[in-house]
Design a protein around this ligand. Structure first.
Ligand code: RFL
Ligand code: PHB
Length: 390
């Protein structure tokens, strides 16, 4: 089989890239090793920054998001038993975010591909990327028990942190940076209306907690736990009691309801450079990971896909490779900004079990600064809603 762009991975990066290329008339094939049902139901991110919303909308993929998504104009920082709102539009020239689940974005993009005659091959595992340093790279993959070859002009590895894309780069070329955090998140979905209109990020002596949502009927909540935490140690009553304690605020209470899903998410920061080797390009989690506190992972994946699509379209339509040549450097500038913001939010809001009281006082001072200074609030707001893609 032959196509113009071979895409590995049907996560947000691969699906958005495929969609943008298809809109521009560029043939592409997506290989995904999981089933369609699995990728459509994997619980992950929930916050789309303004750039991601704009990219989906302007490419014709925003109809359901505009109907079902919840526009949020701020967040609450909760600490020392007080709540402080950070407003977005007033600090960012009118920008905001959209609460709309990653699973829904994935469903929308798969449905569009199906309607428009795109090719997504599920249960197709990419095994190797070959000849990336030539003009005709190829992907070897396994589908329905047989091995196949997909020849292409460009390979886009959008295959997540554990994919083969990054591992196919020559070790002598690749540089990586990483940071581990001494905690993880226990996340739940609950069939109960959110107890707030906007997300609450809580710094509490017992650890971080986040109140997010999926719809007016479904809440998404997270608790800081130990990195090696056993989910079996967390029956529903213990989860609600811990959430109650960490969100404690006079006159406010958390609604409880049936928990429909539980999971533990590790926290790490990771960046690989460069994002290109010959005709192989990396996008999304394949190249970088952020801890979820800044809500940036999905948005970085979407920003990479948007940049890479524009570069491929320019090369395809005009024979001009300047954007492809600049892709790695352009994308990484944004990636490092988001890495810093995610690290900043994570370290400001979590209780590091190894840190001393001095560190805690610094956290509180920083939170008070954001709550009382327009300049500090503006800095948080412009990073949260997302800086311009280029
Ligand atoms: P994905 O979504 O991991 O997709 C990669 C796809 O590649 C497939 N694959 C292969 N296919 C074929 N052959 C192979 N050899 C393959 N190897 C892998 C995989 O099956 C998969 O389908 O990567 P992508 O597209 O780069 O998207 C990244 C985002 O999914 C991720 O950054 C976010 O979910 C992170 N994240 C959040 N990001 C935000 O922007 N806002 C948030 O609020 C937010 N919250 C979160 C999050 C991630 C979380 N978890 C569980 C990691 C909350 C959580 C709990
Ligand atoms: C989510 O809704 O899953 C979510 C929201 C905000 C974050 C991380 C995750 O910072």
């Amino acid at each position: 089989m032959r196509t113009s762009v071979g895409i590995i991975g049907a996560g947000p990066a691969g699906l958005l890239l495929s969609h943008l290329l298809r809109q521009a008339g560029i043939e592409n094939v997506v290989l995904e090793n999981r089933t369609r049902d699995y990728v459509e139901h994997r619980q992950r991110a929930g916050v789309l920054e303004q750039n991601t919303v704009d990219a989906l909308r302007s490419s014709g993929a925003g109809e359901r998001m505009d109907r079902l998504g919840l526009r949020h104009d701020g967040i609450e920082l909760r600490f020392a038993r007080e709540g402080h709102r950070v407003d977005f539009p007033s600090h960012t020239g009118g920008r905001s975010v959209m609460v709309y689940a990653q699973t829904e974005v994935v469903k929308d993009l798969i449905a569009l591909s199906e309607r428009q005659g795109g090719t997504i091959r599920f249960e197709a595992e990419a095994l190797a990327i070959e000849k990336a340093d030539t003009g005709s790279p190829l992907i070897r993959y396994r589908h329905e028990g047989a091995e196949h070859t997909l020849e292409c002009d460009i390979v886009a590895a959008c295959d997540g942190f554990h994919g083969i894309g990054r591992q196919s780069m020559p070790p002598s070329l690749l540089r990586t940076w990483s940071h581990e955090y001494p905690f993880a998140w226990l996340g739940i979905l609950a069939d109960v209306p959110p107890s707030c209109d906007e997300l609450i990020y809580a710094n509490h002596e017992r650890g971080f907690a986040l109140h997010s949502m999926r719809s007016p009927q479904v809440s998404r909540l997270y608790l800081q736990v130990a990195p090696d935490e056993d989910l079996n140690a967390w029956p529903d009553e213990r989860i609600w009691a811990e959430l109650d304690a960490r969100f404690e605020l006079p006159g406010w209470s958390l609604e409880h309801g049936p928990i429909t899903e539980k999971g533990i998410t590790p926290m790490r920061s990771f960046v690989a450079e460069p994002l290109r080797y010959g005709r192989l390009f990396l996008a999304g989690d394949a190249a970088h990971i952020v801890p979820p506190t800044g809500a940036k992972g999905l948005n970085l994946a979407a920003a990479d896909a948007t940049l890479l699509a524009a570069a491929i379209i320019q090369a395809h339509d005009k024979g001009d490779e300047s954007l492809l040549d600049a892709y790695s450097e352009t994308a990484l500038r944004r990636v490092w900004r988001a890495e810093h913001f995610s690290y900043f939010m994570t370290t400001m809001l979590h209780r590091d079990p190894h840190a001393d009281e001095f560190a805690h006082r610094l956290q509180l001072s920083n939170l008070r600064y954001i709550a009382s200074s327009e300049a500090a609030a503006a800095s948080l707001a412009e990073n949260y809603v997302g800086l311009p893609v280029v």
